[in-house]
Design a protein around this ligand. Structure first.
Ligand code: ASP
Ligand code: MG
Length: 444
């Protein structure tokens, strides 16, 4: 069994739906196709929710009607037979009515989740009707029948596995189509796996059926060795280990939801990242047997704030870091990078919503300095500490760039450092030259 997940852009238009169908058809064997909502739809649904929350019902209705019209047009262009077009109209009417009913009721959290689910429910329905015309061997499964989360919003993997195997046993088809993102919660209400959660759905489904491969189809050629927006001649990385992918996922390598990698890794299922618009490109294969390579990829993350806490009380004292970490824990702010000296500790955060409160509390520990507009540069690869020459290869070209923090040795797969965001583009280019020049030329 192969799981193929297509993101919002891949199902963003009639033309793209057709591309997806071609890809699905040319994939041999049994498969489960997991779809996102058409691009932009989930954002519209969030907007509708916000309007209803503030009782701006008229404005919400305008968006609801507009969405329905858009879908009717898509259905008309996509589906050829009168029969299936009629079915599509019924489906769309039903979902339109769900939104209209919610708009007429007092707003509740439960309604919010139902609104958010409409995008995936509709895209999968339309796609299945289309697949029925081109292939005739597909079945639509409702993710609400098997995707379950517990009271902590964590997936109930055993329940998912049991239910999905029962659902699959009830049908014989080459192609099963289902929704990403949506699920039921512990009260059996409609819920979801948070924004961008369709990758996670695909990975959970892949794990549940012990798939041979999980394919994530997006609009880029897999994971790039560097950021193509800022660096010329980047290329897609052919293979990555799960550890390297996990290090890179945080760094806006948005192609993969960081959490989504866990079920695949735990079950040793290879994940192939592919481009719907260039299916002939190899993409990136993430698997446990990836050959090791010194430097695999470079990524950057902006909007980083560094906090330095300097205190002579830290000198030879124990328990100091715990107190510092407790402050961040209390304010539910995660720390990304950390370096320490005997009398100071520097750490970075990317969520600054609680910064003032954190600063006030840290004030009690020593002298606090905060720097913003920083970027973390992450270098991922086989960077085990017993290797020679890695750090000099990395820092050689950077002699004119001020570096605020360096973190190395935390894992074997990562070296990160912090620079001013205004230096980021030069850093990415210098590193590209130094670390990838030959590889990049080969790839042109
Ligand atoms: N449609 C949802 C979102 O936009 C889930 C997904 O696409 O992964 O967040
Ligand atoms: Mg997405």
């Amino acid at each position: 069994m192969i799981v193929l997940k297509f993101g919002g852009t891949s199902v963003g238009s009639v033309e793209n739906f057709r591309k997806v169908a071609q890809i699905v058809q040319s994939t041999a064997g049994e498969k489960i196709v997991v779809l996102s909502a058409m691009s932009g739809v989930t954002n519209t649904l969030v907007r509708i929710t916000d309007l209803l929350k503030t009782s701006s019902v008229e404005e919400a209705l305008v968006l609801i009607h507009r969405l329905n019209e858009k879908y009717l047009e898509v259905a008309k262009d996509l589906i050829a037979s009168d029969d299936n077009y009629f079915k599509a109209q019924i489906v769309l009417k039903r979902h339109h009515e769900v939104l209209l009913t919610i708009a007429s009721e007092p707003f509740s959290g439960k309604n919010e989740k139902t609104i958010m689910a409409q995008g995936e429910l509709i895209s999968t329905n339309l796609f299945q009707l289309y697949m029925d015309e081109v292939d005739g061997n597909s079945v639509l499964l409702s993710a609400l029948d098997f995707m379950q989360i517990d009271q902590h919003a964590e997936p109930r993997t055993e329940v998912i596995q049991n239910r999905l195997s029962k659902v699959l046993a009830n049908h014989s088809a080459r192609t099963f189509i289902t929704q990403g993102f949506i699920c039921r919660n512990i009260n059996n209400e409609i819920d979801n796996l948070n924004r961008g959660g369709s990758d996670y759905s695909a990975s959970l489904i892949g794990a549940a059926v012990q798939a041979d491969q999980i394919q994530i189809w997006t609009d880029i050629d897999g994971m790039h060795n560097n950021d193509p927006r800022f660096v010329d001649h980047t290329f897609s990385v052919e293979e990555l280990s799960f550890d390297e992918a996990a290090e890179l996922a945080y760094f806006g390598a948005k192609i993969l939801h960081p959490q989504s990698i866990i079920p695949a890794q735990e079950n040793n299922i290879p994940v192939l990242l592919k481009n719907t618009f260039k299916p002939e490109s190899k993409g990136t294969l993430i698997h446990n047997r990836a050959r090791t390579k010194k430097i695999r990829a470079i990524a950057a993350k902006d909007n980083i704030t560094a906090i330095k806490i300097k205190s002579y009380r830290m000198l030879m004292a124990y328990g100091f870091l715990k107190k510092v970490f407790d402050v961040f824990e209390q304010h539910k702010t995660s720390i990304d990078m950390i370096t320490t000296s005997e009398v100071a500790v520097s750490l970075t955060i990317d969520n600054t919503s609680k910064l003032e409160a954190i600063k006030n509390e840290l004030q009690g520990f020593g002298n606090i300095e905060v720097d913003s507009d920083l970027s973390i540069i992450c270098i991922a690869g086989d960077l085990a500490q017993n290797k020679k020459g890695i750090t000099s290869a990395i820092f050689n070209g950077l002699r004119d760039i001020p570096i605020r923090m360096i973190s190395y040795g935390g894992s074997n797969y990562n070296l990160s450092f912090l620079v001013k965001t205004s230096d980021k583009i030069s850093v990415l280019n210098i590193l590209n030259e130094g670390l990838f020049a030959e590889l990049a030329l080969e790839a042109i």
